[in-house]
Design a protein around this ligand. Structure first.
Ligand SMILES: Cc1ncc(COP(=O)(O)O)c(C=O)c1O
Length: 483
């Protein structure tokens, strides 16, 4: 703490300076982390709307009735697009919170209505890690069902097979984050309904894009609450809703189901507590900015933006397919694309994938490397937004150059002896210093910050068993937040 306060202008200058080292959040260079509508007035509107509500406490809508009004407006809008008669929901801080709440709701519903005391969560292997986090936090057992290795979609009969009397919730994605493909929602939901089990559709990333893509005239399979058997849906407004971070909605088929989400506590000497969502005290600012952006764009605005993304995909997908050594994975539902890079034998090549990521980074593009998982190949992931729309040609040209440069680079390899040694370690009993040793070997340690080329680090990570990977990631992130 500074002993005496510093002037506002100096602090703001320092904050602006810090941003210089970050990935750009506007301009369409950075995929996955940011969603750029390309409309500068939206940023101004969101900031101003946040400011109006920044000091409001969303904890108590009886003291701040404006909060209930704004939340009802937002949930009603989401319900109009993805709901069914009787739907009810909540505004949350993001996809992870919406999913956490949907899983809690299902757990408590299964206990209350079906007497399930050891609940299970059935999910395709491509379901977002937020479900594993929810299961971990809330004490559910996960049952992971492999997806089809060619289409990357969940296999409905296999999901149906995994449902049993302990299943509290079955999950489908619309679309999946990793490959951007739509699961067979109707079949999965029907299988769940047949067993009297709830079904959540994770539309965090697609829920505010696909309906507008349909309005723009493109074919989109239905996935919302109107699909028989779907009992809850999560939709992030801070992704294709183009609101600032901290905005999502979880929607249920009715208030009876949503009731299981709420937490109330009257057994203490303080004020009577009722929290619909995870947070207690929360600023009204995030809700206000999401409300403003949603109403500023309206159906026409979102449809126009979805059309721009669709046109960008129309240019990108054939361009990728025509790029030597690039293979698009599955049939992307719209705005998310995963592609791998193949070696001379035509098989996905981890070293090339990782080198291409580094080469693209050097050219200013932030693609997201995704490592191999069971029989699914390593790949690069990108999320199209309107801001990239005008620059697909430049992206493809840089990609072709990056693939050539990757082919000319020394392949990244992991010493098999090291991989074997690492595989034999017990991640749960490793001391922090031992993990630090492996991290240093991987090139993460000593110097602050990340190495300029991540390929060697990610190649080692790819070779490690999942639990050891998780342990290393935990220690690594801990080291970044070390004071
Ligand atoms: C399909 C899907 N579900 C859940 C999430 C988690 O959302 P958040 O990062 O907002 O917590 C994401 C994030 O990308 C996602 O794409």
């Amino acid at each position: 703490m500074p002993p005496t306060g510093r002037p506002a202008h100096e602090l703001l200058a320092e904050l602006r300076g810090l941003r210089a080292g970050d990935a750009p959040t506007r301009g369409g260079w950075t995929f996955a982390y940011v969603y750029d509508s390309g409309l500068p007035q939206l940023d101004e509107l969101a900031t101003a709307a946040y400011g109006v509500f920044a000091t409001v406490n969303g904890l108590d809508p009886t003291t701040f009735p404006s909060v209930a009004r704004l939340e009802n407006d937002v949930v009603r809008a989401v319900s109009a697009v993805l709901g069914a008669p009787g739907a009810q929901g909540s505004f949350t801080s993001g996809g992870t919170e919406s999913i956490l709440l949907a899983v809690k709701t299902a757990r408590d519903h299964a206990r209350a209505v079906r007497g399930v005391t050891r609940p299970r969560l059935v999910l395709p292997s491509t379901a977002h890690p937020a479900f594993h986090k929810a299961a971990h936090y809330l004490g559910l057992e996960t049952v992971v069902v492999p997806v089809d290795p060619v289409t990357f979609r969940a296999v409905a009969p296999a999901v149906a097979e995994a449902i049993d009397e302990r299943t509290a919730l079955v999950v489908a994605s619309a679309p999946s984050y990793a490959h951007g493909v739509l699961d067979p929602v109707a079949d999965i939901a029907a299988a769940a309904a047949q067993r009297g089990v709830l079904c959540h559709v994770d539309a965090c990333i697609g829920g505010w894009f696909l309906p507008f893509l349909a309005r723009a005239g493109r074919p989109v399979e239905p996935f919302g609450l109107s699909v028989p058997g779907v009992t809850s849906v999560s939709v992030d407004l801070h992704k294709y809703g183009y609101a600032d971070k901290g905005a999502s909605v979880v929607l249920y088929r009715d208030a009876d189901l949503r009731r299981h989400q709420y937490f109330a506590h009257a057994g203490w000497p303080g004020y009577p507590v009722v929290n619909p969502t995870v947070q207690g005290t929360k600023s009204g600012g995030l809700l206000a900015q999401a409300w403003a952006v949603l109403h500023h764009l309206g159906t026409d605005g979102y449809t126009a933006l979805a059309r721009r993304v669709a046109l960008a995909a129309d240019e990108l997908l054939p361009g990728l397919r025509a790029t030597d050594g690039v293979r698009v994975l599955g049939e992307p539902a719209g705005s998310l694309v995963a592609f791998t890079v193949t070696g001379t034998d035509g098989a996905p090549d981890l070293s090339l994938v990782l080198h291409v990521a580094d080469e693209m980074r050097e050219r200013g593009w932030y693609l997201q490397p995704q490592l191999s998982y069971e029989d699914l190949p390593p790949n690069l992931h990108l999320t199209l937004t309107p801001a990239t729309g005008d620059r697909v040609g430049a992206l493809l040209a840089d990609l072709a150059a990056s693939v050539s440069a990757a082919r000319a680079s020394e392949p990244v390899t992991v010493d098999p002896a090291l991989a074997d040694l690492a595989a034999a370690l017990d991640p749960d009993t490793l001391a922090p210093e031992e993990v630090a040793g492996i991290l240093a070997f991987a090139g993460l340690g000593g110097e602050p910050g990340l190495p300029s080329r991540m390929a060697p680090v990610l190649a080692l990570l790819d070779a490690l068993p999942p639990r050891l990977k998780e342990r290393m990631l935990t220690e690594f992130i801990g080291s970044l937040f070390s004071i």
